[in-house]
Design a protein around this ligand. Structure first.
Ligand code: C5P
Length: 248
C-alpha cells in the first residue's frame, strides 16, 4: 500500500503566520505536506515557507501564477530561491534538496509559452542553487466552478496543453481524475482539491468527491483545507481522512 502521508496535502488557509504555526504544530505528527496559498502568503510571505521547511516538511506553493512568460518565469525563480533561504527551528537541520517547496501551481490558461517558461525557470534556478526543483502543476478548471456542462472536455484540453508544454501534472477535481489517469499514464501528477469526507458539507466547492473516491480515481495528491483546518481537533480529522483514504 502506498504511503498515504505522501498523498495528503493540508491547505493552511488561515490569515496569519501564528495561526499557521499553531496548526502545523498540531498536525506535524501525521502530516508531511502543507499548502501555502494566496491568503497566507499575502499575510506573511516567505517566513511560513521557511518555517515549514525547517520543520522537515514539504510545501505546496499554490499561488496560481498567471501572467506574461517573463513575469511568471521570474516569480518561479524567486519561489525556487526560497528553498535556499534556510532557517532552523529547535536547531534541527533541513536538507534543501529534500524540503521546502516541492510543487507549485500556474494557470494553464496562461498558454504554452508561459508554461514552458515556468518549467525552464524552475529547472535552471534549482540547478544553479543546488536546491529542490519543484514540480509544476497547472490549474485546469477550479473545483468551485460548475458553470459549464462540458467541464471534462475543457479539463482534458487544458491537461493536454500542460503535458505538451512540459508540466509535471495538473490540478483538477477527482471527478475527472480517472479519465485523466487513463489518458496521461501513471507518472503524470494529478492534484485534487474539492475533497469532502463522508458527511461533510461541500461549502463553495462544486465538483467534490470523498477521500476514498479520489484515491480510487487515481489522484496523486489530495488537497484538503476546511474539513481539517476548521475541525475541533484537526489531528483527529486528518487521522480519519487517512482511514478513509485507505478504505478502497
Ligand atoms: O477548504 P477546502 O478543502 O475546500 O480547500 C481546498 C483548497 O484547494 C483551497 O486552498 C483552494 O485554494 C485549493 N484549490 C481548489 N481548486 C483548485 C486549486 C486549488 O479548491 N482548482
Amino acid at each position: 500500500m502506498q504511503d498515504r502521508k505522501q498523498q495528503l496535502i493540508v491547505a493552511l488557509d488561515v490569515p496569519s503566520f501564528e495561526e499557521a504555526r499553531q496548526l502545523i504544530d498540531k498536525l506535524k505528527e501525521d502530516v508531511d505536506i502543507f499548502k501555502v496559498g494566496s491568503q497566507l502568503f499575502t499575510a506573511c510571505g516567505p517566513v511560513v515557507v521557511r518555517y515549514i521547511a525547517a520543520m522537515g516538511k514539504k510545501v505546496f506553493l499554490d499561488l496560481k501564477y498567471h501572467d506574461i512568460p517573463n513575469t511568471v518565469a521570474s516569480a518561479v525563480e524567486r519561489a525556487v530561491a526560497l528553498n535556499q533561504q534556510t532557517h532552523t527551528v529547535n536547531n534541527e537541520l533541513y536538507d534543501p534538496k529534500e524540503h521546502g517547496i516541492f510543487m507549485l501551481t500556474v494557470h494553464i490558461l496562461g498558454g504554452k509559452e508561459m508554461l514552458k517558461a515556468a518549467k525552464e525557470a524552475a529547472l535552471k534556478q534549482s540547478k544553479e542553487l543546488g536546491v529542490l526543483n519543484p514540480k509544476i502543476v497547472g490549474i485546469t478548471v477550479l473545483t468551485s466552478d460548475a458553470s459549464t456542462t462540458n467541464v471534462l472536455d475543457i479539463v482534458l484540453e487544458r491537461a493536454r496543453l500542460a503535458k505538451e508544454s512540459g508540466l509535471d501534472g495538473i490540478v483538477a477535481s477527482s471527478q475527472e481524475a480517472a479519465i485523466l489517469r487513463q489518458e496521461f499514464g501513471k507518472d503524470f501528477i494529478i492534484v485534487t482539491p474539492g475533497i469532502r469526507p463522508l458527511g461533510e458539507k461541500s461549502q463553495d466547492q462544486k465538483r467534490v468527491t470523498t477521500p476514498s473516491e479520489a484515491i480510487k480515481n487515481g489522484s496523486s495528491f489530495l488537497v484538503i483545507g476546511r474539513p481539517i483546518v476548521c475541525a475541533t481537533n484537526p489531528l483527529n480529522a486528518a487521522k480519519e481522512i487517512f482511514k478513509e483514504m485507505n478504505n478502497i
